[in-house]
Design a protein around this ligand. Structure first.
Ligand code: FE
Length: 200
């Protein structure tokens, strides 16, 4: 069974006005789909054909002969994760255990948000901003291009895509405005809390 493009967890217009149906139709329907199609072409007839996505990512990570396979598999995973990190009428503050852990790690939600924005907006070129677990500690990291926390033995909790294709139609060059809207209106904190719960 080849890797599949998962369904979006909401309708294409569900995140408007903060993330348009037009952006999602390109970002999900063209970019995400292309990573799936490219990955399946690259794995076809190899030992990784039909393997679970995470297994392909980890087998290709750090392997100079499998750069394309790593880039496409990690981008498939990152995008599926990103869609789940958003929901209609999301954003604002986390609650419960997750809120406590964020306060402990960063001092306050405001300090977390500042650091997250700095990491995501400051990523030079294409990449991703993350909240991740690293050896049991909450950390904000950014990765370049397709790179993904699991390749560094970290567990992803939250991500924002800061490739230009993620925001250009809605925000043009205003990456900070996109990341702010993501935090204020789009984050699905229930998904993030679930990721933290599973990681324990
Ligand atoms: Fe993207």
């Amino acid at each position: 069974m080849a890797v599949q493009l998962p369904n979006l967890p909401y309708a294409e217009n569900a995140l408007e006005p903060h993330y348009s149906a037009k952006t999602i139709s390109f970002h999900y329907g063209k970019h995400h789909k292309a990573y799936v199609d490219n990955l399946n072409k690259l794995t076809s007839g190899t030992l990784l054909d039909g393997k679970p996505l995470e297994e392909i990512i980890m087998a290709a990570a750090g392997d100079a002969t499998r750069v394309g396979m790593f880039n496409n598999s990690a981008q498939v995973w990152n995008h599926t994760f990103f869609w789940n990190c958003m929901k209609p009428a999301g954003g604002g503050r986390p609650t419960g255990e997750l809120a406590k852990r964020i306060d402990q790690a960063f001092g306050s939600y405001e300090k977390f948000a500042e650091q997250f924005k700095t990491a995501a907006v400051g990523r030079f070129g294409s990449g991703w901003g993350w909240l991740a677990l690293d050896g049991g500690a909450l950390k904000i990291v950014s990765t370049a291009n397709a790179d993904t926390p699991m390749a560094s033995k970290q567990t992803a909790l939250l991500t924002v895509d800061v490739w230009e294709h993620a925001y250009y139609l809605d925000y043009q060059n205003r990456r900070p405005d996109f990341v702010q809207a993501f935090l204020d209106h789009l984050v699905n904190w229930d998904f993030v809390a679930g990721n933290l719960g599973k990681a324990k």
